[in-house]
Design a protein around this ligand. Structure first.
Ligand SMILES: Nc1ncnc2c1ncn2[C@@H]1O[C@H](COP(=O)(O)OP(=O)(O)OP(=O)(O)O)[C@@H](O)[C@H]1O
Ligand SMILES: [Mg+2]
Length: 396
């Protein structure tokens, strides 16, 4: 008789080992390896049941209402014109940035348009969500609230309520009987997402999942999660600033260069439909180290102010600090300034900042950053009305 082959899978990172280990060699977690038996004969290898029939591409018709507009312009812009039926969006953001607020507002606007929304909250009780809804002025008869974390229960409620949009806050709290491990573990997140995405595709309803981010800023859970969904939106904001920026890191149905800008207020997130000037700083002319650059975001141009402060250092190793600019990029640019502009930054601390909590994601800001560093180092302000953009290569 053939010996039954057993493998051990890490419930945190998915690492597979032929034997049991106390510590996962891949992610370093203790006690996370769990025994997994191969599926019974017949379930793998040979196909036993007939799947879907192939359809000619030319014979497939796209319904005219393939997209559902939420009515929140900044959200629809990032989504590529609205939520796609059967499409799954993963909305990720750091704690407290306003994910639940944004989605409750989206739910409310959809309900006003006659869409039935199922809002599944695995993190807050119904009463807590209601409190927030009252503060936001959100509501409507067509929003169904479900404080639940079991995927099987959520699927049966979807069957019962037949919503036209489902929002799940958050995917890390979900658990399913078909996977092992605690909620938030790799196997639970993967399996729960797969079940919900399958159901959404089958019923042709848009699904929005909230995802947590780790302290390193990446989406918690398996990388596979980002492949399983149709779009990944990131909701960002700098501490102490009211502005929040929604970007698409991936979108199967739209451009990833569009951004949505919101302002966090006491009554929720307000759309900033003309954000051209909000990241341009105080506009204090005549101050060295301040340069405004036009950042092209999809169909819009935003004016963003980059700021550089260069001062004498009292430390053996001068400080290089950057907020809103990638540290390696700022180090490359400061070296370019030293090498090709003949300005020495040795013995100087260099602080780079971007006004309004904006985060620079394109190399088009290079020239503005170089100008700001030069202006700060030479203590010479740039002329008023000066703006520049362009990538700076290692050759200067
Ligand atoms: N009364 C209020 N006035 C102004 N802003 C408020 C008020 N109450 C909450 N906020 C803002 O809302 C934020 C919390 O929003 P929300 O709960 O939607 O965030 P979240 O991203 O869902 O957080 P979590 O990851 O913890 O679920 C707070 O950080 C704060 O900025
Ligand atoms: Mg929340």
């Amino acid at each position: 008789m053939a010996k039954k082959r057993v493998t051990y899978v890490c419930l945190e990172c998915g690492y597979t080992s032929p034997g049991w280990l106390g510590k996962c060699p891949s992610c370093g977690t203790w006690g996370s390896l769990s025994e997994q038996s191969p599926p019974p004969a017949g379930e793998s290898g040979k196909r036993t049941s007939k799947g879907a029939d192939p359809v000619k591409l030319s014979e497939i018709s796209v319904p005219s209402d393939a997209r559902i507009e939420t009515g929140i312009g900044e959200f629809d812009r990032v989504a590529g014109g609205g939520l796609v039926r059967g499409g799954c969006v993963l909305l990720a953001g750091s704690p407290g940035v306003g994910k639940s607020t944004l989605l409750l507002q989206v739910a409310s606007r959809l309900a006003e348009r006659g869409e039935r929304v199922l809002y599944v909250s695995g993190e807050e009780s119904a009463f807590q969500v209601k409190l927030r809804a009252e503060r936001l002025g959100a509501g409507g008869d067509e929003i169904y609230l479900l404080p639940e974390t079991s995927v099987e229960s959520i699927l049966s409620v979807i069957e019962e309520v037949s919503p036209s949009v489902v929002i799940v806050d958050s995917v890390q709290t979900l658990s399913t009987e078909t996977a092992q491990g605690l909620p938030g573990s790799v196997s639970q997140v993967r399996e729960s997402t797969a079940l919900l995405v399958d159901e959404a595709k089958r019923r042709n309803l848009p699904l929005i999942l909230v995802g947590h981010v780790t302290k390193e800023g990446v989406i918690a859970g398996p990388k596979l999660l980002e492949h399983m969904v149709d779009a990944v939106f990131q909701f960002d904001g700098e501490k102490g600033h009211p502005y929040r920026v929604l970007r698409a890191a991936k979108n199967r149905f739209g451009s990833v260069s569009e951004v949505g800008v919101f302002e966090m207020t006491g009554s929720g997130l307000a759309e900033v439909s003309d954000p051209s000037g909000i990241f341009a700083g105080s506009g204090a002319g005549g101050v060295p180290g301040m340069v405004v650059y036009p950042a092209l975001q999809g169909m819009r141009t935003l004016l963003v102010e980059v700021q550089a402060l260069v001062s004498r250092s009292y430390l053996p190793v001068p400080r290089r600090v950057s907020v809103g600019v990638d540290l390696s990029r700022s180090q490359i640019l400061s070296t370019i300034v030293e090498k090709y502009c003949g300005v020495s930054l040795a013995g100087c601390d260099l602080f780079l900042n971007v006004a309004g909590g904006w985060k620079i994601a394109d190399t088009g800001a290079d020239l503005a950053l170089v100008s700001a560093i030069l202006s700060g180092a030479l203590d010479v302000p740039v002329p008023s009305g000066f703006t520049c953009f362009g990538e700076v290569g290692l050759g200067g």
